[in-house]
Design a protein around this ligand. Structure first.
Ligand SMILES: O=C(O)c1ccc[n+]([C@@H]2O[C@H](COP(=O)([O-])O)[C@@H](O)[C@H]2O)c1
Ligand SMILES: Cc1cc2nc[nH]c2cc1C
Length: 351
């Protein structure tokens, strides 16, 4: 078992505020339902935030980084050193998520949840139980205590972010090899063959992708993870990664504080699926942003029962897809809060 807080119930959605928001949408000067899913976004946020005026202004971004022993098996198009180098790039403002954070006026925290870095990287919070996970084709990736530490890392990051009283949170990932660990976790949680959730990641070719899927299937059999109902805790230890465990912990800790989470691409979505398996009461706090180009993301989103807002063939991670979705949420709230009602504008409503 993981620490007790992981399993503690998250607060429920306020039916009162959700229904009030639903009623307000029917009064706004537009044909009923004409703003489509923007209406649902505002209604959902009102219920989650327990307010008449939902907001998506303050949305701190936290990117968790980790390294993966499985990279020794040639599963990524890029070398392992990129993970640490990108942490510096995030912190010094040159990465895609750094630019998006600046443009959107959002804070950006980078957490080393388990990279191979031997020294703290300037501008990065170091909070890790070990340097990288083990090669899961040979042995269990993580010990239970290491997974528990990573969950604590996620919870501590949420506690830091919560002090700025955010409206919602954006979580991102960085880790060469993490599409392999995430595909392994997804296949085990969903009880399906790896082929269905194994993609090209940073850009491997079709042959390498087939090898990657084969490697995952062999590891799932080796670690005895192919039986339906295998616990998420066992799956994380056998084939998980430290940054994804930290993201899973962060999602549960955020939901326990009533903070909605805008989920990003494949890796964060698999962490969200893991969080729902461990603590189903966090599910209402998950808002989907996009469907990434990674094979398998669609299946994971379906399993989460969330509908992405867009599909731009992104496959970057870092929280970039979620950041790109934020303006849609902001505008959904602005419309909900700022439009005139039929009565205010003296326009006849439908009969
Ligand atoms: O978020 C996604 O859907 C996504 C899809 C493909 C790749 N990535 C990013 O690429 C890295 C993992 O790719 P790979 O090929 O090394 O497993 C990692 O840093 C992820 O953030 C992210
Ligand atoms: C350069 C680079 C940047 C990334 N950002 C997230 N994953 C990444 C993977 C690579 C290879």
């Amino acid at each position: 078992m993981l620490p007790e807080w992981v399993y503690q119930e998250c607060p429920g959605v306020s039916i009162f505020h959700r229904d009030a928001a639903l009623a307000r949408q029917a009064e706004l000067t537009k044909p009923t339902g004409a703003l489509g899913r923007l209406e649902h976004l505002a209604i959902e946020l009102a219920g989650l935030q327990q307010t008449d005026r939902p907001r998506a202004e303050r949305a701190p971004i936290i990117v968790f980084a980790g390294d993966h022993g499985i990279v020794a098996q040639g599963v990524s198009a890029y070398p392992q050193e990129v993970t640490i180098a990108m942490m510096s790039n995030f912190a010094s403002g040159g990465a895609a998520i750094s630019v998006l954070a600046r443009e959107l006026g959002l804070s950006l925290e980078i957490v080393d949840a388990g990279t191979l870095a031997e020294q703290p990287v300037p501008g990065v919070v170091t909070d890790k139980p070990r340097q990288g996970s083990r090669d899961f084709s040979k042995e269990a990736a993580l010990e239970l205590g290491e997974v528990a530490f990573a969950f604590g890392c996620g919870k501590r990051a949420i506690a830091r972010a919560a002090s700025a009283e955010p409206d919602l949170l954006i979580l991102g990932d960085m880790g060469i090899g993490n599409t392999t660990t995430s595909a392994a976790v997804a296949a085990a949680l969903l009880g399906i063959r790896a082929e269905q959730v194994t993609g090209n990641g940073t850009g491997i070719d079709a042959d390498s992708r087939a090898r990657k899927a084969h490697l995952i299937d062999a590891a799932l059999a080796r670690h005895d993870l192919t039986r339906p109902g295998t616990s998420a805790e066992r799956i994380l230890c056998a084939v998980g990664g430290l940054e994804t465990a930290a993201i899973t912990g962060a999602i549960i800790a955020a939901a326990q504080r009533r903070l909605p989470i805008l989920i990003d691409g494949f890796i964060v979505s698999v962490a969200a699926l893991t969080a729902v398996h461990l603590n189903p009461s966090c599910r209402p706090f998950l808002l989907s942003s996009h469907q990434s180009a990674e094979q398998g993301h669609r299946l994971v989103l379906e399993a989460l029962n969330v509908q992405p807002l867009f599909n731009l063939d992104l496959r970057l991670g870092e929280g970039s897809g979620a950041a790109l979705a934020l303006p849609i949420l902001r505008l959904a709230c602005a419309l909900h809060n700022g439009m005139a009602t039929f009565a205010q504008a003296s326009i006849p409503n439908r009969s």
